[in-house]
Design a protein around this ligand. Structure first.
Ligand SMILES: [Zn+2]
Length: 46
């Protein structure tokens, strides 16, 4: 399951493309930066 990313952490653009490698990586179509989102375990129950 891939996490959805809203904004590029480098330039703030929203035109992000998922990449096959490395796993969970996204590429920003604007600044061409590739970054990996690391899931952080969160407690969902209230
Ligand atoms: Zn960017």
């Amino acid at each position: 399951m891939r996490l959805a990313v809203q904004y590029c952490p480098y330039c703030g653009e929203q035109d992000l493309r998922p990449r096959e490698e490395p796993a969970g990586a996204w590429e920003c179509a604007d600044c061409r930066s590739t970054f990996v989102i690391t899931p952080v375990h969160q407690e969902a129950r209230r």
